[in-house]
Design a protein around this ligand. Structure first.
Ligand code: ADE
Length: 254
């Protein structure tokens, strides 16, 4: 069971976006839970304000420390009350390490994860210092807020939680799981726009199909992700076929 807690000023964006298809099924099966928490509910400001101008000047507003801190503390307290351990707090920010499949695997082993989504120009540094354990980006571009990146990460992590995918959706044999991109796939009809499905896939010869798929994966990876191809080749040195040992000729004493 994985419990996601998302600290945000736009909770509907997160819940609406994640409550479909495979993740909806996972929520219904109690394999994951998604709790989007409104940071604004924690402000002590009488006008419900959560942002203010930046010291030192400059454009834009900054999220204040107090509501963010109280919100995080309340989530942690509820987690501890349920007998679980204090959660990691992931601040979703372009300044973080870039998210990848390995990080998704690492996060998927947790029982709880708190995502902090920033808005405006950012969040007061002092509260980040006190509550954040991981700074994570989803790539070198800037979005208007942390909600979409948090949703991207939650999707990638959820599908690694045992039981979320069924066998036919299994994450075992697909892109990145073994460091190669996926091979091309085909479904009916056999011929479409004069293009015919590769004959080997219709042959029913399982071993040949597997061999073809590996070759195709290698071709795709070399073409689209030469960096991944190099890494894979380093990890999988081509094993030369063992020379067949000649049977020692035993000299005959005649
Ligand atoms: N917030 C804004 N842009 C972002 C990005 N690329 N990754 C994570 N969080 C962000």
């Amino acid at each position: 069971m994985m419990n996601f807690h998302i600290m945000t000023l736009f909770p509907e964006m997160v819940t609406d976006g994640l409550n479909t298809s495979i993740l909806k099924r996972a929520i219904d099966k109690n394999l994951i839970s998604i709790d989007a928490v409104q940071i604004r509910d924690y402000t002590l400001d009488k006008h419900n304000k959560v942002d203010d101008y930046t010291y030192g000047g400059g454009a834009g507003m900054l999220m204040q420390a107090q509501p963010v801190y109280d919100c995080a503390m309340d989530i942690q307290k509820k987690i501890l009350e349920k007998g679980r351990n204090k959660s990691r707090v992931v601040f979703v920010t372009p300044r973080g390490f870039t998210f990848n499949q390995k990080m998704a695997q690492d996060f998927s082993k947790e029982e709880d994860l708190i995502f902090l989504c920033g808005h405006y120009e950012g969040i007061d540094e002092r509260v980040l210092e006190e509550i954040v354990t991981d700074y994570v980006s989803i790539g070198d571009y800037v979005l208007t807020g942390g909600e979409l990146p948090a949703m991207v990460m939650i999707d990638a992590i959820s599908r690694l939680v045992p039981g979320v995918l069924n066998n036919s959706e299994s994450s075992e044999t697909e892109s990145f799981s073994d460091g190669l991109l996926e091979y091309p796939q085909y479904t009916r009809p056999e011929t479409w726009h004069d293009k015919t499905v590769p004959a080997i896939l219709l042959s029913g010869h399982h071993a040949n199909v597997e061999k073809w798929r590996l070759e195709q994966s290698l071709i795709q990876t070399q073409k689209f992700r030469p960096d991944m191809y190099e890494k894979w080749m380093e990890l999988h040195p081509v094993v030369e076929k063992k020379k067949r040992r000649r049977k020692k000729k035993i000299p005959l004493d005649l």
